[in-house]
Ligand binder design. Structure first.
Ligand code: T1G
Ligand code: NAD
Length: 651
């Protein structure tokens, strides 16, 4: 039964049971209408507790229904009906009451939360806005500004903050059913509160609200939903509820059909379904992780594992390197603690769970070991040979290599099937993307263990086959080459970067290279020079910059000139580019932003199709997940492969 009703004296309990997150599907909506009719008709009932089975109160409308024609009763109508109940409904909040779930709670007379409950209106992250009255009722309950902030950011608030805002009437310890039952008995003889849609928006500073709206719209860049949220909040402050609800509905329907929302819903589900294509294997227990190499990545990986409650042993070359690695780990943990991301106990526990050594024997009990040593095949082979001699037979060995052949690295151990690639992204304790690189012949249990580690670290783990650069770096190398062709043909770095920023990237490819350091890809190009196809066009502008020691931000000079934080166009680089074009007999012709972005997308999509054809990626949406979560591809455009499917749609 999706929605059940049972009574206990004067209190009726309406329970929703729609796993996994009690999404407000058609069955839930119809069940609520039936429960409302039943409790209204039952004269013994004086109050109604609305609660959910499982791990959370309603976590939103059922997003899977959005692609289909809406079926009555629609959620806005259900909320309106609940608001018109003659008996007080108490929403009993646990887990994450989000979107339509919180809107259902706003239709109730009261809201009671347990301390761990979180609630929010994240629709903006799906390219939508709250479409069941949230933009009208929330400002009337907590004020225009806090409501705008919640809906434009999409960020949930915890129970304590919700109580401060007036979003919930009480925060009660213990079981949510018991707490709400007790609350119901307390209010049974109290006059019902005025329904939210019958209230006015509390006094607010119109100037401050306008300034906040200007800031939100500026930050939204090309995204439509934050702007729609601003419009809806202004409507809520200027219209009566019924007019504002009608305006909200119109905005919601417009956004629902907007390609940006289709893109965001595509990514939402793609991120949750990655890894469904993995071979059947059983993951080994994970309690103790080894990390070899305590540099940028090794330290980040160690912190990610510590934060997930794992024990971590770091092995480095010598005592000084161990100390340096430990310092990097402690600094990141201290930072997390200072920012309130990590509790004092959690901080202490992480420090206790971490150890460093120069002795590979310290990894004898590790369940899985990740190496993050220099990007050099010989060094990695030596590390894997050393590991093979000490780790337990069932331990999984993983490499964090960016480009090297994982299958070739695996040849360094007696049983290569135990070796996988776990390609983290810097900073490893923050970036959610993880490429799980699966060499041919890898043991399915080793692969499943790698996937289990990704889940434990709350990463988005995308399986990839073995090729140069796996999925993300391979596509980035392809469009980096295309961008270098363009600057040799007539564009300048600033033109390309502007075009990418205008498309929605946080920064362009040349700004990004200056940030990461030009020397990294220079080393890779030098390594590949022996095997490079002489027939393939090669642009040596970046090599020229590196030969001049222009490695980017860290040297104050790269593609741009850096005086402090900002990047300036450097006439010397422009001259070098123009001289290179001349040397190659190229007549430079400028390119428009659309032409630049058109070429970049064409190359991304062509490389994506090749990656699919070669079986490196299992699904086109996996490529989108990688590009959105690891390479700054704007989420509200869905990814390069999604754009192929939407070809021609202006998004
Ligand atoms: N609809 C349908 N399925 C959903 C869903 C939803 N809203 N939310 C989650 N799922 C599925 C998900 O696909 C996965 O399925 C499983 O639940 C577990 O999810 C009118 C229009 C709730 C914080 O945006 O943020 O309400 O892979 O892996 O990490 O105004 O899911 O197991 O088959 O993410 O514990 C607004 C979206 C909708 C919340 C749980 N609500 N969900 O996180 O599990 S629009 C949201 C989440 C709306 C109204 C508007 C998270 C979570 P499967 P999971 P989790
Ligand atoms: P780094 O130079 O910061 O750290 C490498 C560490 O390995 C050093 O601390 C060094 O002392 C240690 N080391 C070298 N040989 C060792 C040995 N035999 N035993 C133990 N420790 C040894 O490098 P990094 O940026 O952390 O990169 C490490 C690996 O991760 C490389 O393969 C790199 O391609 C890959 N990677 C890097 C990034 C990135 O953005 N930096 C992203 C993904 C993957």
């Amino acid at each position: 039964m999706t929605v059940s009703v049972h009574t206990d004296g004067p209190v009726a309990f309406v329970e929703i049971d729609n796993p996994p997150v009690n999404a407000a599907s058609h069955a839930v909506r119809a069940g609520l209408m039936d429960a409302l009719a039943q409790t209204e008709a039952d004269t013994a009932v004086q109050a109604v507790v609305l609660l959910c089975a499982g791990r959370t109160f309603v976590a939103g409308a059922d997003v899977r229904e959005f692609g289909k024609p809406p079926v009555a009763p629609l959620l806005p109508d259900v909320v309106l009906a609940l608001e018109g109940a003659t008996k007080p409904w108490i929403a009993a909040l646990h887990g994450t009451a989000l979107g339509g779930g919180l809107e259902i709670a706003l239709g109730c007379a009261y809201r009671v939360a347990v301390p761990t409950a979180r609630m929010g209106l994240p629709e903006v992250a799906l390219g939508l806005l709250p479409g069941a009255g949230g933009t009208v009722r929330l400002p009337r309950l907590i004020g225009a500004m806090p409501a705008l902030d919640m809906m434009a950011s999409g960020k949930p608030v915890g129970a304590a903050r919700a109580f401060e805002l007036g979003l919930v009437d009480a925060v009660r310890e213990g079981d949510v059913r018991t707490a709400a039952h007790a609350f119901a008995l307390e209010i049974i003889d109290v006059d019902m509160p005025v329904p939210l849609s019958a209230r006015d928006v509390p006094e607010f500073d119109a100037g401050a609200l306008h300034q906040r709206i200007v800031a939100i719209e500026a930050k939204a860049r090309g995204q439509n939903s934050p702007k729609a949220v601003c419009e809806a909040v202004l409507n809520a402050t200027r219209m009566d509820a019924s007019e504002a609800l009608a305006a909200e509905r119109a905005l919601f329907l417009r956004l629902k059909d907007d390609p940006q929302s289709r893109a965001l819903r595509h990514i939402f589900f793609a991120e949750r379904s990655v890894g469904k294509s993995l071979p059947d294997g059983s993951a080994l227990p994970l309690e103790h992780i080894g990390v070899v190499g305590g540099g940028t990545m090794g330290a980040g990986i160690a912190v990610a594992a510590l934060l997930a409650g794992l024990r971590v042993t770091m092995v480095e070359r010598d005592a000084d390197a161990v100390a340096a690695g430990r310092t990097r780990v402690v600094e990141v943990l201290d930072g997390s603690f200072k920012r309130g991301v990590l509790s004092e106990d959690g901080h202490a526990h992480c420090l206790e769970a971490f150890s460093g050594s120069v002795d590979y024997g310290a990894l004898a009990e590790a369940d899985l070991v990740i190496e993050a040593v220099f990007e050099d095949m010989d060094v990695k082979h030596a590390v894997f040979e050393a590991l093979d001699a000490v780790v337990k037979p069932e331990a999984v060995l993983a490499t964090n290599t960016s480009y090297l052949d994982v299958g070739q690295i695996a040849q360094a151990v007696a049983r290569p099937a135990r070796v996988i690639g776990l390609h983290f992204f810097s900073p490893a304790h923050i970036m959610k993307l993880l490429e799980l690189v699966i060499p041919v012949g890898a043991d399915p249990d080793a692969v499943a263990t790698g996937a289990a580690l990704g889940k434990r670290l709350r990463k988005i783990t995308v399986p990839s086959g073995v090729c140069d650069g796996f999925i993300g770096n391979r596509i980035m190398s392809a469009y980096r080459r295309a961008c270098e062709y363009m600057i040799e043909d007539g564009a300048l770095p600033a033109d390309v970067d502007q075009a990418m920023r205008g498309f929605g990237f946080p920064m362009g490819i040349f700004e990004m290279q200056d940030l990461a350091g030009l020397d990294i890809s220079w080393a890779m190009r030098k390594r590949q020079s022996a095997t490079r196809d002489p027939a393939e066009r090669y642009v040596d502008i970046a090599d020229q910059l590196c030969e001049q020691g222009r490695f980017g931000r860290k040297t104050g000079l790269g593609w741009y000139l850096y005086d402090g934080k900002s990047a300036q166009v450097d006439p010397e680089v422009t001259a070098l580019i123009e001289a290179t074009s001349a040397r190659k007999g190229i007549t430079r012709t400028p390119l428009s932003e659309d032409e630049i972005m058109g070429r970049i997308l064409d190359v991304m999509q062509a490389e994506g199709r090749a990656i699919l054809a070669e079986g490196i990626a299992a699904r086109a949406e996996d490529i989108d997940v990688v590009m959105v979560n690891g390479y700054g591809f704007p989420r509200w455009r869905g990814g390069p492969m999604f754009m192929t499917s939407e070809q021609g749609a202006e998004i």
